[in-house]
Design a protein around this ligand. Sequence first.
Ligand SMILES: [Zn+2]
Length: 133
Amino acid sequence: MKLGKVLERLREAGGVVTLDREGRVRCAGNAAAMTEAVVAALMARQDQVREYLLEERASTLASTTTRSHGWCERCGRVMWVGTGAERLPDGQLVCGDCLAPWDIDAGSVPVEEPECPGVGWKDPGGPVPPHGS
Ligand SMILES: [Zn+2]
């Protein structure tokens, strides 16, 4: 089976294969899909997996003009501007879907300028308003 097909099936089953900030392959998600054998097989081909994921990211970005902050460190998906991505206190970028209430409690910060209806972007240097305001 081709690597792309393998990853596609794993994702459909809730598995996550992504790259961390150092470019290492990381496996997460549904433990029923990401069994030890699956993870071991992926890690054995880590260079190939890394190459595939990098290529996939590049083509995702090339196919759109929407700006992106980068990739969610939990689910590996591209985080588009305007989708509520936040930076955790430890520096991880997490997409709006993966962001949990306890992340916000821990002090995560929105990575984009908050939109203030009626005010616009007049005060880009001001303090970031707290959540919920
Ligand atoms: Zn995510």
